[in-house]
Structures are given as structure tokens and as C-alpha cells.
Design a protein around this ligand. Structure first.
Ligand code: SAH
Length: 269
């Protein structure tokens, strides 16, 4: 979608939370089924293309170090991005670039955002929320599902909308392996938001339109924040806009850096 701009996490991938090792008493002589956790780690290792020459853990750590060097400070964002295997969301042929700071094609003319843009936008999104908050979030533009997985790693609940059915299906397949039970994928026109789960503490868009659709503002909780690319009327191109709904209900808008995202389109396909 876009361009422009230490510890192992507790929450994200459910497998990390469950100790599936057999107890000493239960450990059978024959173990036809390996512990789920081992199998998952194995699968991840196998999925890492040979060209990386490294396991995905160390290349991911390098991505994290780069993000920190660029000024990403929010521990929630860093932990979530450490937890999600970006290479599992791109085509095998591109997986060796998965931890570079680059956007990559995901099909149908769409792209997965650069990690630095994902980090920057989520950091902005969370900034007004107290660190202990597990927010309810809405994402417009699921794409391959990578950012949705990062959001789900730090949120109480995430709804993510995609208007292209093949990408919605692809994201569903990619995300199945992540076993996130707090993420809801919706196939539809994200310009209308998703009223059934509103209001949201944060709304983040991965596609930019002429302006910010009013349903997004209606679905933003007091104290919540919206981060989206939108057309820059003054300079052309796109700019990142941040809109806060203050506790008294008023809206406050600020413009940040120029960005380049795919267009926010109408209807579904
Ligand atoms: N967050 C995604 C980025 C995907 S690119 C990722 O991590 O891969 C942006 C996506 O926004 C595209 O898939 C595009 O189809 C989608 N999009 C554009 N307009 C939309 C709309 N009105 N509703 C929902 N999705 C939309």
C-alpha cells in the first residue's frame, strides 16, 4: 500500500502463550505428534527462503534495529513488529526482501507497506492512548494482512476491511497460520467503516482518498485517533493526516509528512 515516510512479546502469536510441551509424566515413548510449538517453529524455518541464508528471526531483528535507529520508540509497536513474520505475507519469490525497508507487490496492483511506514503510522495511532490500553482498532485496506497482524498483536480487537475479494481471501489464508483470535476480516467498501464494532479507539487507512470519509469520524471514540493518507490540496500528492476525537467530542486535525499510498476506491470488486 504505501510509501513515504527486547524482549519476546507476551501477546501476539497464540502459540507463544501456550506451553504445549508434554509433561514428564505424560511424555510417551512414542510421540507420533510433535508438540505444536515445535512444529510451528519448524514450519517458519522451512518457509524462510534459502536465499536469506539466515533464519527469519535474525533478519527480523535487523529490521527492528533499523526501525529503532530511525526513531521508532513505542515498545508496543516494536514488540508487535518483532512478533509478526513479514515473509509469511509476501510471495515466495519476494520473501528474501521481506525484511528490507521496502514496499512489495501483493497482486492486483496493490502493495504491502514499507515496515518503516507501518511502524510510523501505528506509533502515531497509539500515541494518545495510555500504554496499558489494549485498543479496539479499525483498518481500512487489509491487503495481504500484514499490518492487520501487527495491529492484532497489540490490540484488544481489530476489524480490517478489504474491497478486493482475492486479497481478502489471500489475507485470510495468510492470517490463518498466525492464529489470531482478535482479528475480524471484512470484505466490503471500507469507506463506510464498520459500524457493528464501532466505536474504535484507533482507525488506520492503508489507502488514500480525496478526503477522510465521514463514517470514519462517526466511528471514532472520544479520546481516539485516526491516521490516514489523503490528497494534499496544497502541494499535490498525498499527506498523512491525523484526526483526534477529543473527550468533549470535538475533532482536531493535523497534517504530517508526505506519503504515497494506493488510492482509496469506491465499492467492491
Ligand atoms: N495494510 C495492507 C496494505 C494493503 S494496500 C498490507 O499490510 O498489506 C491497500 C489496500 O487498500 C489494497 O488492498 C486496496 O485494495 C485496499 N482498498 C482501497 N480502497 C479500499 C476501500 N474503499 N475499502 C477497503 N479496502 C480498500
Amino acid at each position: 500500500m504505501s510509501e513515504g515516510s527486547g524482549r519476546a512479546p507476551k501477546f501476539p502469536l497464540r502459540l507463544d502463550q501456550v506451553d504445549t510441551r508434554p509433561t514428564a509424566r505424560a511424555a510417551p515413548l512414542l510421540r507420533p505428534q510433535r508438540p505444536v510449538r515445535d512444529a510451528a517453529l519448524d514450519r517458519e524455518r522451512r518457509a524462510t527462503p534459502a536465499g536469506l541464508g539466515l533464519d527469519s528471526h535474525s533478519v527480523r531483528e535487523r529490521m527492528l534495529a533499523r526501525l529503532q535507529a530511525e526513531g521508532v520508540r513505542d515498545a508496543r509497536v516494536l514488540a508487535a513488529m518483532r512478533a509478526v513474520p513479514r515473509h509469511a505475507f509476501v510471495d515466495t519469490a519476494l520473501a528474501n526482501q521481506a525484511y528490507e525497508d521496502t514496499s512489495l507487490p501483493i497482486g492486483l496492483g496493490q502493495t504491502i507497506s514499507k515496515p518503516s511506514v507501518v511502524a510510523r503510522m501505528i506509533e502515531l495511532l497509539l500515541a494518545p492512548l495510555p500504554p496499558a490500553t489494549r485498543p479496539r482498532l479499525l483498518e481500512i485496506g487489509t491487503g495481504c494482512g500484514y499490518q492487520a497482524a501487527v495491529l492484532a498483536a497489540l490490540a484488544r480487537q481489530v476489524v480490517s476491511i478489504e474491497r478486493l475479494k482475492p486479497l481478502h481471501d489471500k489475507a485470510r489464508a495468510n492470517l490463518a497460520a498466525q492464529r489470531l483470535d482478535n482479528l475480524r476480516l471484512v470484505y466490503g467498501d471500507g469507506r463506510v467503516g464498520h459500524a457493528p464494532n464501532a466505536p474504535y479507539d484507533g482507525i488506520i487507512a492503508a489507502a488514500g482518498g480525496e478526503d477522510v470519509p465521514s463514517p470514519w469520524l462517526d466511528q471514532l471514540a472520544p479520546g481516539g485517533r485516526l491516521v490516514a493518507p489523503m490528497h494534499d490540496v496544497r502541494n499535490g500528492g498525498q499527506v498523512l493526516v491525523v484526526i483526534d476525537r477529543l473527550l468533549d467530542g470535538a475533532l482536531r486535525r493535523a497534517f504530517h509528512e508526505p506519503v504515497r499510498f494506493v488510492p482509496l476506491k469506491s465499492g467492491i470488486d
